[in-house]
Design a protein around this ligand. Sequence first.
Ligand code: SF4
Length: 149
Amino acid sequence: MPNKLVTLETRTLTPGERKFSRFLLFFEDLIKVPLFRCQRCGECILSSTGFTCSQRCPKRLRNGPCGGTGDDGSCEVYPDRKCIWFLIHKRSKWLGRLPMLFDIKKIHNWNLERTSAWMNVFWKRIDPPILFLNRTQKQRKIHGNDIQR
Ligand code: SF4
């Protein structure tokens, strides 16, 4: 399997690491909360969801909508709001990053909740942000006209 979906083998944070991570989270929040309405999952996937935080979904889904999205793009839980995955799709399309949505994100490691994602990248507990489309994603873009709609 090209992408390991479970991160159970990741060493859990020691109390000291958690304390330090929480301290750094304060500074991370200063940027990511106003800009992206970050929910502090500690396992950032912003770069592959069109720079729209998927964790704003009330069901905390990381791999697409639940299936309850209304025809107008509304959320099943809060019908007065748009489904976050509707917005992710729109933004990803606008940024030319739609093919990234087809890569399955790892199952969330809840041990990392409310820790600094920056620190988790540095400690190699999570994957770094994806800046550009890789070759497979570019090919999807060229050949998959259906995903560009
Ligand atoms: S760290 Fe998690 S909650 Fe925060 S912006 Fe990234 S994906 Fe969203």
